[in-house]
Design a protein. Structure first.
Ligand SMILES: *Cc1c(COP(=O)(O)O)cnc(C)c1O
Length: 429
């Protein structure tokens, strides 16, 4: 595997961009490598500047569920582009995308479009605070909700990877209103609620966490949260930025049948462009300006080109059997992985839902953030490097999830399984 050109670009990048990258996990620090610079993508593959080809299981960290350069998306974007890139005035596309989200996700009555997942969670918690008149929020250790001050506490993946669960520059006072619970532990939530009666505006979580590695909610956990919130007049916010239109067309909530009050979106709904959204119950959403008194705005929000990419992506996803196929492919790969590792005697835990999957090097099931931190990160590094050498591009951190796209072929999956076999030999040596 040649890396000369990537190394040169990384050197150059570091002269003008902090750490050579515009988002920390891209730096490959946690796997002890330099990042590879990408030249182009096509379907399930990406190609770096040294001419190496990889099967891509990152998909731009989730958005590219149709793979790279899907022709429907590209055509929609080209058409939108030819009419202008931005107006800062309403366009029909925004309505179409909002209608599609409403139709797909049972709890959404109204939506606000923004430019990123981070902006969506920021808007959602502001709306929750505005609606309830309460200030405190509960989040879960290891759940990531974007790089926004109030939620940058024990925030999983990027932050964990850098060994910095918190960030400098976030004043203590900004997170004093953020209470931390343990994922899959209802008692930890009940205790916080008891200790702060009538003070908690919202409980926010990734209903299926993907940012501390992938973790499944245990039976009764999400329903239990729903009940606790109802009892105390607390709003339940599902952050489905990663899982929305990813685990299934209607997200986790449609699959597991639990209705949050508010939901955040990002990633897939932008089809590879910067789009986020938050929405839910109409009475809450109507608190937002220009109708209500909770202010939130964005110059490029609902950008026509980005929205066109989102509409095109959801249109393709709406077709029959897309998620059944995605799930079957992910399931096949996960099972293959399990059996290969079992044969090699290396303990592995896997989770999968729709087009999202993940694994931990661990003897015991991983139920929460503390469990995730106990897994074998050194082994992950060796595995990651081996797979990269074999042309498989995984997320460069032990605390991330992996993504299947409609573009991945049977041949891709078989090649991935072979790469695992070869890499396993290195792990055993
Ligand atoms: C990626 C992600 C975010 C942040 O989205 P950005 O578009 O990166 O700002 C928020 N929440 C979850 C669950 C995510 O996976």
């Amino acid at each position: 595997m040649k890396v000369q050109q990537s190394l040169q670009l990384f050197q150059r990048a570091q002269q003008s961009l902090v750490g050579g990258v515009n988002s920390p996990v891209r730096a490959f620090k946690s796997v002890g490598l330099s990042p590879i610079f990408i030249q182009k993508g096509q379907g399930s593959k990406i190609y770096d500047v040294d001419g190496n080809e990889y099967i891509d299981y990152v998909g731009s960290w989730g958005p590219l569920i149709l793979g790279h350069c899907h022709e429907t998306v590209i055509a929609a974007v080209e058409q939108a582009l030819s009419s202008g890139t931005s107006f800062g005035a309403p366009t029909e596309g925004e309505i179409v995308l909002a209608e599609m989200v409403k139709e797909a996700v049972p709890s959404i009555e109204m939506l606000r479009l923004v430019n990123s997942g981070s902006e969506a969670t920021l808007g959602a918690i502001r709306a929750a605070r505005g609606y309830t008149g309460r200030d405190k929020i509960i989040k879960f250790e290891g759940c990531y909700h974007g790089s926004i001050d109030p939620l940058l506490v024990q925030a999983g993946s990027g932050a964990t990877t850098l060994g910095k669960p918190d960030s400098d520059g976030v004043p203590q006072a900004f997170v004093d209103l953020t209470l931390l619970a343990e994922y899959n532990n209802l008692d930890s939530v009940a205790e916080l609620i008891d200790n702060h009666p009538q003070e908690i505006a919202a409980v926010i979580l990734e209903p299926v966490p993907g940012n501390m590695g992938m973790i499944m909610p245990e039976h009764g956990f999400l329903n239990g949260l729903r009940n606790l919130c109802d009892r105390e007049g607390i709003l339940l916010i599902f952050d489905e930025v990663m899982t929305g239109f990813r685990v299934g067309y209607g997200g986790v909530q449609a699959l597991l049948g639990v209705q949050p009050d508010l939901t955040t979106f990002g990633k897939v709904i932008g089809g590879g462009f910067p789009v986020g959204g938050y929405g839910g119950r109409q009475d809450i959403m109507l608190k937002i300006a220009p109708v209500g008194s909770v202010y939130q705005a964005g110059t490029l929000s609902g950008n026509p080109v980005a929205v066109a990419a989102g509409i095109a992506t959801l249109s393709v996803l709406k077709q029959e059997n897309v998620y059944a196929d995605l799930s079957e492919k992910s399931g096949w790969l996960v099972n293959e992985m399990k059996s290969l590792f079992q044969k090699a005697g290396i303990p592995l835990q896997c989770n999968q839902m729709g087009a999202m999957f993940g694994f931990f090097f661990s003897e015991t099931p991983v139920r929460n953030y503390q469990d995730a931190l106990q897994t074998d990160v050194e082994r992950f590094k060796v595995f990651f490097k081996g797979m990269l050498q074999e042309g498989i591009y995984l997320a460069p951190s032990a605390f991330e999830s992996l993504f299947m796209s409609t573009a991945h072929t049977e041949e891709d999956l078989e090649k991935t399984a072979r790469a695992m076999q070869i890499t396993l030999q290195q792990l055993c040596d």
